[in-house]
Write a new protein. Sequence first.
Length: 135
Amino acid sequence: VAPGATVPLSVLAADDYGLALVRLVAARMPASGEAAVTDAPFKAWNYPVPGPKEARELYPLVLDPARFTPGETYAVYAEAGDHAPGAGRVQRSAPLLIRVLTAEQLRLDGNSPFKSIFEVLQKLIALQSETLARP
C-alpha cells in the first residue's frame, strides 16, 4: 500500500456478556533477528456497562509515513474486551498484514504493459481533483 493511503478497517465484535471495549492495534513486524516490536493501539471504542452484545465499527486508517514507515510491514488487528464478572477477557482477531511500499516499489517500469493505463488513471485523478476544487 502506498504511504499516505487510507485503508478502511471494518470491525465486527460480539460477546454474550456485553462488550466493554473494541480497539485497533498495529505492530511493526520485526526483521529477522530483531527484537519483538511493542503493539500500539491507535483507536479505541469504550462501552459502558452492560455494553452492547454486538458492535460494528469502521475506521479509516491513514498510513501516515511518520507512523507507518515505507518498506516496513505491519500487523493490524482488533481486540475486544467484555464485561464478564470478575476480570473481563480480551480476545484478538487474526491480523491484517499491511506492507507500506517505498518510492522505488511505487515506480512504474517504463516498459510495463500497464504504463498507458497508469497514465490515463493519473489524468482522471487530476481531473477529479480539479472538479472537486471548484466552488
